[in-house]
Each structure stands twice: as structure tokens, then as C-alpha cells.
Ligand binder design. Structure first.
Ligand code: FAD
Ligand code: SF4
Length: 453
């Protein structure tokens, strides 16, 4: 290892190589190759340990980034993985899907002309490699407290809550209506950003830590919430937000118009030969596809349509490129894969003929000129609103005007009903994986304090 603190002057930022364009356009594999050992060490050594790690402050879980980069640079892989897990329950996931340009890497001191340290790729590299070499979280010192907490929702919020509880000797039983854990990590984010094997491995690790999963079990339908309240010392809710937002313009109900998550989940279930259930496969092969919206979900839809073999894929967004809310990296990946971007177009109507839809009528938000953009299929990706189940309202849990669960008060992340905690999208609104992780972890600490563990 070099001890040269000026290494960043000799070694520039290098992102992991990407798969060639033609492989990306036809396959669903993750597009970033892993660093080889020398690249990982060299990129870690670029960190100057600036003494005021803005990266850690900007990271929602406050990872000790200089700490684990330093360990990785010294070849102490297992120690680095251990340190990663002290603050983050899903580091290999966040390393893949966080919009680092807006978070840790956006705050790196080396942005002053040298290029930020590749923090996300290093987090992924450390944890992937430590797992591959047999490292696992060590809970041998944990003493069983006899306390039990039910967690509803196996998304990042619920999983992170379970992770922290298990490390404090509290039994976590996680209920989910789906047949796999992960929430949107499994049934939302496509394979080319996060391969599903990553979540399968994570499930094995969590199970080996004593976390129990009760899948295919919808709380409120297959098991009552009252039963959970009776049988457990506390309950954490991480149900996410699933009510799709529509534009409210004519033609949205037409055949050939799809909601983003229906399209993405149908594709994931089809690829993995899982029973389709409520998400039949939507095949956009040989179609001209327009995706309306400009966030991460829209990018996932356009890139999925490209891989399905759509003849033409366009993202139509009402503002300019700089105002797009999603990760810059994913917009640039979409462009590389052949997606066409049409900015500053407000959709007015989806137009149809006897054979199906023909296009989207839009208005140029700068000039006011209207035009019809031709399309055979339209995917609506305007985001998601809160979808609290009726039983939650009946319990008397206070919701705000956006139907999000109100938490805080006497104990962090506790709802208005004692013993019911909540976190993630159902509290903050549709947001980021790492914020759901942060809230699940904080809620677990709050539960532990309340239980007197
Ligand atoms: P979820 O992940 O939604 O998990 C909620 C879980 O609760 C689900 O598994 C659901 O089945 C379960 N559930 C709900 N009701 C019940 C019930 N009654 N009984 C049992 N189980 C129930 N964020 C990023 O940081 N980077 C990205 O690249 C990114 N891409 C995204 C792409 C898409 C297509 C979408 C939709 C979101 C994306 N996000 C991304 C956002 C991110 O996925 C979410 O912010 C995050 O998953 C929220 O976590 P959560 O645990 O609150 O909810
Ligand atoms: Fe960056 Fe996300 Fe990792 Fe934090 S969790 S260091 S924001 S990639």
C-alpha cells in the first residue's frame, strides 16, 4: 500500500468498466463490472482522509467512509466489511443504487477538480468480496433478550430494522405479502441495477442471524394486525407507498397505457420465472414506447423497454434535463443505451385509433406549441403516493394530509399509537433506499430503548 497522501494527483477517479453497449441493450445483467483488487486498492488510496469527512455527513446512514476506504487500501477486507455493517444494513445494495452524485460522492473534497473518490463502487466491492471470501456478521456474543418484534414489510426499512434488532438480541419476525424479501429492491428496481442474487444472498445472511421471514402473508388479510399486536412486544411498519400517480389527462385508461410498477414487476417476475400473480408480463418488443416522467422509475422503465426489444424508446419530461429528479448516472446510462429524451413537453392526452394507441399529444412548455409524439405503448412513471391500508386508519394511527404516517412525539419513529413504529417511504413519501435503511435502523434503536433492552 502506498502512504502517499497525494496519490490522488497520480491516480484519477476511475469508475468500474461497464458492459459493452450491445450486451446492455439485450440483457438484464448488472452493467457495472466489479473492480479488480489493484483498482480497488488504488481507488481507495485516493481518499485523503481530509479530517472533515463531508461524505460521511452527507451519507444518510453516516457511514465511516474514510475508515473503510483506509482498511480496504491496507487489504483488511473483513475489518472493512465489519465497519460497513456498523452503520448500514444493506451496504452492498446502497453501493449499487444510491445516487452517489447527490450524496456521499457529491460531498467529496476531491470534487475540487480531481474527481470524487468512487465511494459507492468501493462499498459494493468491499462487501461483495468479503461475502465471497466467507465473511459473515458475527452475532456469537449476542444474548437473547426474550423480546419479540413483528415487522410488516420486507423492504429496506423493515429489513434494516430487523438487522439492528437481531444484533441487540431481539427476535425479529418479518411479514411480507410478496414471495421474496426486498420490497422494491426485488420487485421494482431492475436487474441491470441490482441483480436479484444480491437479495437472495442477503436473505440467507439475515436468516443465519436469526431473523424470521413470513412471506406470502399480507397483514390485514392473511393475518390480523391485532394478532401481531397481541403476540409481540412492538410492531414496526415499513409498508412503502404504492398508489401510482396519474396525470389526469384524457386517454390514460386506454389499452396500451401501463403503470410503471406493473410493467417493471411483470418483467422481473417473467425473467425469474416466478408466478405472474397480479403482474402479468407486459411485452413491449417491436413497439414504439413513450415513458412519461423523469425520475429513477422512468429511467428503469425506458431501459427495461430497450432490453425487451422496443423499436424506439423515448422519455418525455415536462421540465429541462437539469431539473430531472433522478440520478444523473442513470440518465447518462439510458442515453448510452439508445433512449431518446424529449424535454419540456407537458402531456395533454393519449391518442388512440381502432388498433390501439397512436401517440401522446404534448405541449412545448417553452413555446406553447402542441404536437403528437407517435407511440404504440405508453408507460406512466409519475411516482407514488401513500397507500395506508384501512386497518391502519382504524387503529387510530395518525396520518398527515398526504396520508403518510406521523412519527416522533414521545419516542423517535413511534406513531401516535404506543408500540407501533414506522419508517421508510410510508413515513417520508416515495424516496431513496438509503433513507429507508436509515429510518429502519433508527426505529430499531428507539424500540430497543423503549423495551428497556
Ligand atoms: P418498500 O421497498 O416499498 O417495501 C415495502 C414492503 O412492504 C413491500 O415488500 C410490500 O410487499 C410490503 N407490504 C406492504 N403492505 C403489506 C402488508 N399489508 N402486509 C405485508 N407486507 C406488506 N431508490 C434508490 O435509492 N435508488 C434507486 O435506484 C431507486 N430506484 C427505484 C426504482 C423504482 C422502480 C422504484 C419504484 C423506486 C426506486 N427507488 C430507488 C426508491 C426505493 O426503492 C424506495 O425508496 C425504498 O424501497 C423504500 O423502502 P421501504 O422499505 O419503505 O418500502
Ligand atoms: Fe454513499 Fe449511499 Fe454508501 Fe452512504 S450508503 S456511502 S450515500 S453509497
Amino acid at each position: 500500500m502506498t502512504t502517499n497522501v497525494l496519490h490522488f494527483l497520480e491516480q484519477g477517479r476511475k469508475d468500474p468498466d461497464k458492459l459493452p453497449k450491445n450486451e446492455r441493450q439485450h440483457g438484464f445483467k448488472e452493467i457495472y463490472r466489479a473492480f479488480v483488487q489493484e483498482e480497488a486498492v488504488s481507488q481507495s488510496e485516493r481518499c485523503i482522509s481530509c479530517g472533515n469527512p463531508y461524505c460521511s455527513w452527507k451519507c444518510p446512514v453516516h457511514n465511516d467512509i474514510p475508515g473503510w476506504l483506509n482498511l480496504a487500501a491496507k487489504g483488511k477486507l473483513f475489518e472493512a466489511a465489519e465497519l460497513c455493517h456498523e452503520t448500514n444494513s444493506l451496504p452492498e445494495v446502497c453501493g449499487r443504487v444510491c445516487p452517489q452524485d447527490r450524496l456521499c460522492e457529491g460531498a467529496c473534497t476531491l470534487n475540487t477538480g480531481f474527481g470524487a473518490v468512487t465511494i459507492g463502487s468501493m462499498e459494493k466491492w468491499i462487501v461483495d468480496n468479503a461475502f465471497a471470501q466467507g465473511w459473515r456478521p458475527n452475532l456469537s456474543h449476542v444474548v437473547d433478550t426474550g423480546k419479540r418484534v413483528a415487522i410488516v414489510g420486507a423492504g429496506p426499512a423493515g429489513l434494516s430494522c430487523a438487522d439492528v434488532l437481531a444484533r441487540y438480541g431481539v427476535k425479529a419476525v418479518v411479514y411480507d405479502r410478496y414471495d421474496e424479501i426486498g420490497g422494491l429492491l426485488t420487485f421494482g428496481i431492475p436487474e441491470f441495477k441490482l441483480e436479484k442474487r444480491v437479495m437472495r444472498q442477503r436473505r440467507e445472511i439475515f436468516e443465519s442471524m436469526g431473523i424470521e421471514f413470513v412471506l406470502n402473508c399480507e397483514v390485514g388479510k392473511d393475518v390480523s394486525f391485532e394478532k401481531l399486536q397481541k403476540e409481540f412486544d412492538a410492531v414496526f411498519l415499513g409498508l412503502g407507498t404504492y398508489k401510482p400517480v396519474f396525470g389526469g389527462f384524457p386517454g390514460e385508461e386506454a389499452k396500451g397505457v401501463y403503470a410503471a410498477l406493473d410493467f417493471l414487476i411483470g418483467n422481473i417476475r417473467h425473467l425469474h420465472e416466478m408466478p405472474a400473480g397480479d403482474y402479468p408480463f407486459i411485452d413491449l418488443k417491436d413497439k414504439r414506447v413513450i415513458v412519461l416522467g423523469g425520475g429513477d422509475t422512468a429511467m428503469d422503465c425506458v431501459r427495461t423497454a430497450v432490453r425487451q426489444g422496443a423499436t424506439e424508446v423515448s422519455c418525455v419530461y415536462r421540465r429541462d434535463e437539469a431539473s430531472m429528479p433522478g440520478s444523473r448516472r442513470e440518465v447518462s446510462n439510458a442515453k448510452e443505451e439508445g433512449v431518446n429524451f424529449v424535454w419540456q413537453r407537458q402531456p395533454l392526452a393519449i391518442e388512440s385509433a381502432a388498433n390501439g394507441i397512436t401517440g401522446v399529444r404534448v405541449k412545448n412548455t417553452e413555446t406553447g406549441i402542441e404536437e403528437v409524439l407517435a407511440a404504440d405503448a405508453v408507460v406512466i412513471a409519475f411516482g407514488y403516493r401513500a397507500s395506508p391500508p384501512d386497518w391502519l386508519k382504524k387503529l387510530g394511527v395518525t396520518l398527515n394530509d398526504k396520508e403518510l404516517v406521523v412519527v416522533g412525539g414521545s419516542s423517535p419513529f413511534q406513531s401516535s399509537v404506543t408500540g407501533i413504529y414506522a419508517g421508510g417511504d410510508m413515513v417520508r413519501g416515495a424516496d431513496l433506499v438509503v433513507n429507508a435503511v436509515a429510518e429502519g435502523r433508527q426505529a430499531a434503536k428507539s424500540i430497543i430503548k423503549q423495551l428497556g433492552v
